[in-house]
Design a protein around this ligand. Structure first.
Ligand SMILES: Nc1ncnc2c1ncn2[C@@H]1O[C@H](COP(=O)(O)OP(=O)(O)OP(=O)(O)O)[C@@H](O)[C@H]1O
Ligand SMILES: [Mg+2]
Length: 304
């Protein structure tokens, strides 16, 4: 594995930890480390003091250790990253999938990006399949730049698989989700919108989603339905907006409890966060589902 590949992987991991890409000095320190140089040699190259370079190294090892869940230092950094990459490559071969899980995070490497033309070429304007059901038409949109930027980054850079958009009635959740879909649609194979306003059963919702991908016979049991759906969510990059989630919850109970017969939504959303796939479920609700509090891999965006 060459230094460029290792640097890209380190950059991805650091970006996920800090939200920032490697700067020039950090790159030089890592590159020198991969090439077996001492701190003194690296320092000399960039006209910095050895102490400064050591400090930068220490910060990098700390961030990488936290991200990878094992102690990374100057002497083992290369081996650990190569090993992480090795596991990822095997995951790709086995699952034919563009993403893998490193602890609780999805890492998407350059090679994996190449496998996905939607991501590789942002100018690839192939039209996605739009299936917007009863989505309202957006006539005007203003503001919400910060929320849009956050959502876009979570979708396109972080490849987040489950996002919840929470906010009071009428605050603009539906409008924001549809505006986001409009902005990112060229990066997806499918853009799907469904309102859960009339509290359909999870079986109905999932069958309905399955029919978008294939009109063939839908399996009767939810376990097989979910398994088929996640096969499609691995095969295609889909953005699925599920709106009005609060209608699934029982009234006069603790917030976020599903009505009788709708509990399998919890299973669906938990799987969406935890199993390996290339898509994103965007949940709009004025009430926070209980399981969302317990999930690690979810981004909650509260609108005000
Ligand atoms: N950013 C925006 N720019 C322009 N109009 C907006 C914006 N956000 C919301 N609106 C308008 O405000 C109204 C309510 O917005 P929207 O339906 O998106 O809210 P909501 O949070 O989804 O509501 P509910 O909780 O009832 O589903 C709509 O008429 C919509 O057009
Ligand atoms: Mg709405």
């Amino acid at each position: 594995m060459d230094t460029t590949e290792l640097l890209k992987l380190a950059d991805t991991l650091i970006f996920m930890k800090t939200g920032k890409h490697l700067d020039h000095t950090q790159r030089v320190v890592l590159e020198g480390t991969f090439q077996g140089k001492t701190y003194a040699e690296i320092a000399e190259e960039i006209y910095q003091s050895e102490g400064h370079v050591r400090n930068i190294g220490a910060e990098l090892w700390k961030a990488l250790s936290e991200q990878l869940g094992e102690e990374v230092n100057k002497s083992n950094c290369r081996a650990i990253l190569e090993n992480a990459r090795f596991h990822k490559s095997s995951a790709i071969v086995q699952n034919n999938n563009n993403h893998i899980k490193v602890h609780t995070l999805n890492v998407c490497t350059e090679r994996q990006l190449t496998a996905n033309s939607k991501q590789q070429n942002p100018n690839n304007q192939t039209q996605p399949h739009l299936n917007l059901g009863d989505a309202p038409e957006i006539r005007a949109f203003y503001g919400r730049e910060t929320e849009l930027a956050t959502l876009q980054s979570q979708l396109l850079e972080e490849h987040c698989r489950l996002i919840s958009l929470l906010g009071f009635r009428g605050i603009g959740k539906t409008t924001l989700a549809l505006q986001l879909a409009e902005q990112v649609k060229s990066q997806f194979d499918y853009i799907i919108y469904r309102s859960l306003y009339f509290a359909p059963t999870p079986e109905t919702t999932i069958s309905n989603l399955l029919q978008i991908f294939s009109p063939s016979a839908i399996p009767p049991d939810i376990t097989t339905q979910l398994s088929q759906l996640f096969d499609y969510l691995r095969k295609y990059r889909c953005l699925i907006i599920l709106d009005d989630l609060q209608m699934l919850f029982a009234k006069e109970q603790l917030a976020g409890h599903y009505q009788n017969g709708l509990e399998n939504y919890q299973r669906f959303f938990t799987l969406a966060a935890e199993v390996n796939h290339n898509s994103c479920l965007l949940l709009n609700s004025s009430e926070k589902p209980r399981e969302i509090t317990n999930l690690e891999r979810i981004i909650n965006i509260a609108l005000a």
